[in-house]
Design a protein around this ligand. Sequence first.
Ligand code: FAD
Length: 281
Amino acid sequence: MPSMQRIPLSFEFFPPKTPEGADKLRLVRQQLYGLKPEFCSVTFGAGGSTQEGTFNTVRDILAEGVSAASHFSCVGATKDTVRAQLATLRSMGVRRLVALRGDLPSGYGAGGEFHYASDLVAFIRAETGDDFHLEVAAYPEVHPQAKSPASDLQAFAAKVQAGANSAITQYFYNSDAYFRFLEESEKLGITVPVVPGIMPITSSTQLMRFSDACGAEIPRWIRLRLQSYGDDVASIKAFGLEVVTDLCEQLRAGGAPALHFYTMNQSAPTLALCDNLGLGI
Ligand code: FAD
């Protein structure tokens, strides 16, 4: 079989909360850098709650000689705060952002001068021209607050029209949803790369909790299998590795432009997946 061209990879981290967490993440990054990611991204707590941790982690990645993307959410933000944050990021040498609306934790008032991520993308383009490569979020299984699948697709198109260069999807375990999303986007004239977000499966409860919150569907057959393993972590991991490897194979065979891994600040699950995919170190 002719060898396939190596698919580009990117890795997502969240800012660690403690010095021990920062040390652990440093090690995790070194382990993952062997896979030669195009970039590593760092999440950003809505309302700016993790700004310092996000920017510090981004700084560390850049200092390690790797391209870094800062996530950037606008809910609750003002034009002035966004302008100031953009100036900081630019002075740090950041050239890639993941521009998001974000979700405010309950208890925060909505407020702010931005309603949707498309407003943020338009503002960043107006303020900084082409200084940043802008990624936006895409939802093959439809964002949980969307009025309809069609309006969610329109919202995605609005982000691209406002100036997004590429997109990363919410995670999913059904490749058909991704390929259908691509087809529908293309019908709207969207040609930017839409990179699937890959969530390794390592724990049953954690996955269920996340997925309920973000609207990602866990197919019934996966849910039932995971539940049947109970506390048998080794079986959960082995099954999860098999399922997600298959998913990545389908995505790669179907022409996905890259793979973006939600690492959850762990190296082993992403390393095992990439090894299975023949992308190992
Ligand atoms: P938007 O694109 O603004 O969409 C939000 C909702 O509004 C959707 O339901 C959409 O259909 C609807 N909508 C948009 N425009 C309109 C309009 N004009 N009229 C009516 N309805 C409209 N969250 C964080 O807090 N920090 C992170 O670092 C983070 N990283 C993420 C990374 C990725 C790759 C993904 C997929 C998600 C991430 N999230 C993060 C979660 C994200 O913030 C939430 O999913 C949030 O609810 C939506 O953000 P968005 O940028 O997709 O919003």
